[in-house]
Design a protein around this ligand. Structure first.
Ligand code: UDP
Length: 238
């Protein structure tokens, strides 16, 4: 396998649910560690890594507001959930000897750093993994949008969206044997056909800034590294 990375700086976006493993809620430490190892293997290639982790394993604003909670309050709770996930990932990465910074869109100085763009860029140049927490800091947004925003701000070459399947399909591959995986798909096709890669505002933000989105399986051991070395199956949205 080639060890040469085709990318210099990337954004890895994973959902909060990716950290649950087979459990139904919250964090599953062995799963967090497994994902941290995938990140380490890419970091070892010299690639500069940004991460955004969702919060859906703990709390989602929409779910809170469906239960009668005021929407913006519920969204702030969701953002706080992403900070917990970011700290868990920081702990797992540092356990593997990787220097990291958790950088929050909502300042909470005792816990992590506030987001200052130039400072974050400097961390990346020093090969620290930057985990961007608290989403965009605004209610009514998602962590997909946050990942796209930070990827643009950090001049990432692509967003790697780690999922349970190895790309974007025309229908659910877990339910339909004849589901077809796209090798390449345009932003507009994703939007028009509701292909469910990321939410519409994130896709539009990526499209307007020509930021490719690579959808791949995070369940495939070595998959993240493989794709950075130019191997494996995935879908490129561009
Ligand atoms: N959230 C928000 N603004 C943001 C990012 C996230 O309000 O910029 C809130 C929102 O309530 C969301 C929750 O945080 O439901 C968790 O994020 P998300 O649903 O994107 O997590 P994922 O589905 O990726 O686990």
């Amino acid at each position: 396998a080639s060890e040469t990375a085709t990318y210099r700086r990337v954004m890895l976006k994973i959902s909060g649910e990716a950290l649950m493993g087979e459990t139904q809620f919250g964090l599953h430490p062995p799963t967090v560690e497994r994902i941290a190892r995938e990140v380490k293997s890419v970091h070892d290639m010299g690639v500069e890594i940004c991460m955004v982790i969702g919060g859906g394993n703990i709390f989602r604003g929409l779910q809170g507001s469906a239960q009668g909670m005021e929407r913006t309050t519920a969204d702030y709770m969701g953002m706080l959930a992403t900070v917990m996930n970011a700290l868990a990932m920081q702990s797992a990465l540092e356990g593997q000897g990787i220097h990291t910074r958790v950088i929050s869109a909502i300042p909470m100085d005792q816990v992590c750093e506030p987001y200052i763009r130039r400072r974050a860029v400097r961390h990346l140049e020093k090969k620290r993994v930057c985990i961007f927490a608290a989403g965009t800091g605004n209610p009514y947004f998602t962590t997909d949008t946050a990942a796209t925003l930070r990827a643009n701000e950090m001049s990432c070459e692509a967003i790697f969206k780690g999922t349970k399947v190895d790309g974007v399909y025309d229908k659910d591959p877990k339910k339909h044997a004849d589901a077809k995986r796209y090798e390449n798909v345009s932003y507009d096709e994703v939007l028009q056909q509701h292909l469910g890669v990321m939410d519409a505002s994130a896709i539009a933000l990526a499209r307007d800034n020509h930021l490719p989105i690579i959808v791949f399986s995070l369940d495939e051991p070595g998959g993240f590294k493989g794709i950075l070395a130019g191997e494996g199956t995935y879908t490129k949205v561009h």
